[in-house]
Design a protein. Structure first.
Lengths: 239, 213
């Protein structure tokens, strides 16, 4: 039977690699090696190698040079992960940056996410901005645009990209002009697709709704299509 | 028949949806390596190896109601150290009796993991294809075990295992898709040259003596 310890840093300090029960960093902390812990709490700033956790909460900033695996990762502030991510849930309020592929069941972002090597998940909800190199493969994807987004390819079951001007708060409306709220991508392929303010080379789907502000070169649908009068669609064809 | 099929044609022929295809990709039921992007005059299109993908989609559609996606994945590509087989059961497989007996005497074990079982059945296939001595089977299986343990070769896509016979010797060799070669114990690569380097390294050298003449 494993004996797991709790470890706490208040102020500034370093913890060694190992298997812990709770890791608490209040101030600035650094892990000298890989960590496995049931729960990790960071209030301030922390620099880790690889982490395996069941529950991790970061309030402030966090940099993970290795991989991040486990249960739920909550960040309020900014997080940068260099290695591969394999987590159940990623919940970020602020900015999240991943250099390697992300695999998660659910991703919820209020702010921005940058993924340099693709994202795979079942459910993804973003209110803010998304930047993905490679494929964003999500069963259910909803992006509420608050900034400029760029994704190479999107694939999945149900994809919704909406421009949230109407319900955006006064602050957001003052500082974010309509022209910045857009998604640029090469292809979107899914069963049901609904897009606004999306600039896309080709869209393929079963049911497609092309809303206001879209510029699409080609749309191919099998069941239904609806195109807003302000949208520019090069060609659309039923296949 | 074309050996490739486009993603669009795949969906049309099999009746599956984008949602299903992307879900199976996430679950690794369809290897990433099978998605090949090509530029065509209509833009960029993705193609799959036709026979492999149609077989795979058919397999998934046939079994998806009785197994979960994770179970399906383990049926298709079990982890090398998952599963245990008894040597006696492996002996009953086609042509496998001899290689299983030899493996048993090599390892003194009654049970094999998935990787070891693959070694035995692959050796059984070799045994059925040509004449091999007991010692050659031992060395072949030892080499496969060594490769599997160091590089998990049985999970790789499109690598190729050869057994080369030169008069009295049987020599196993593996080529990776990265252009690397894996050799049995005791063998080493003493010389390697890319034909792309011939012009730079050798033709220029020969040009010098040719011009002089």
């Amino acid at each position: 039977m494993e004996n797991r310890n709790d470890i706490k840093i208040a102020g500034s300090g370093q913890i060694g690699s190992g298997i812990y029960n709770t890791v608490k960093i209040s101030g600035s902390g650094r892990a000298a090696g890989d960590i496995e812990a049931a729960s990790v709490h960071v209030s301030g700033s922390a620099h880790f190698e690889s982490i395996q956790m069941e529950d991790m909460r970061v309030s402030g900033s966090c940099r993970i040079d290795g991989s991040l695996t486990g249960g739920i990762f909550h960040a309020s502030g900014s997080a940068h992960v260099k290695g591969e991510i394999q987590a159940d849930e990623l919940v970020v309020s602020g900015s999240f940056h991943a250099d390697s592929p992300i695999h998660a069941r659910a991703i919820r972002i209020s702010g921005s996410i940058t993924a340099k090597n693709g994202i795979e998940c079942e459910q993804m909800h973003v209110s803010g901005g998304v930047n993905v190199n490679g494929l964003l493969n999500a069963d259910d994807l909803e992006i509420k645009l608050h900034g400029s987004c760029a994704v190479d390819e999107i694939g999945g079951s149900s994809i919704r990209v909406l421009s949230e001007e109407s319900s955006a708060g006064l602050f957001a409306r003052l500082f974010s002009s309509k022209s910045f709220r857009k998604l640029v991508c090469r292809t979107i392929e899914a069963n049901d697709i609904q897009v606004e303010n999306t600039i896309c080379d080709s869209i393929h789907g079963k049911n497609i709704i092309i809303g206001k502000g879209c510029i699409i070169r080609k749309a191919e649908y099998t069941d239904t299509i609806s195109i807003d009068e302000t949208a520019q669609v090069g060609e659309y064809v039923k296949i | 028949m074309d050996e490739w099929i486009s993603k669009k044609d795949l969906l049309k022929e099999t009746g599956i949806s984008y949602g299903q295809l992307y879900r199976w990709k996430r679950e690794n039921l369809i290897p990433d390596a099978w998605f090949e992007k090509r530029s065509s005059f209509t833009g960029q299109e993705t193609f799959f190896p036709r026979t492999l993908i149609l077989e795979r989609v058919h397999f998934i559609l046939t079994h998806k109601d009785e197994y979960s996606l994770t179970e399906l994945k383990n049926l298709l590509t079990p982890e090398a150290d998952s599963r245990t087989y008894s040597i006696d059961d492996v002996k009953t497989l086609p042509n496998a009796n001899r290689s299983a007996l030899i493996y048993e005497s090599m390892k003194h074990t009654l049970y094999l993991n998935h990787g070891q079982a693959l070694t035995v059945v692959i050796a059984a296939n070799l045994d059925a294809s040509c004449t091999v001595s007991d010692a050659e089977l031992v060395s072949f299986m030892e080499t496969l075990d060594k490769w599997q343990n160091s590089k998990d070769i049985f999970s790789m896509n499109e690598w190729r295992i050869f057994a080369i016979r030169n008069q009295e010797t049987l020599f196993p060799v593996l080529f990776t898709t990265g252009g690397e070669i894996m050799l049995p114990e005791g063998a080493e690569v003493v010389f390697s040259l890319s034909t792309s380097d011939i012009s730079r390294m050798y033709n220029r050298m020969l040009n010098r003596i040719y011009e002089v003449k």
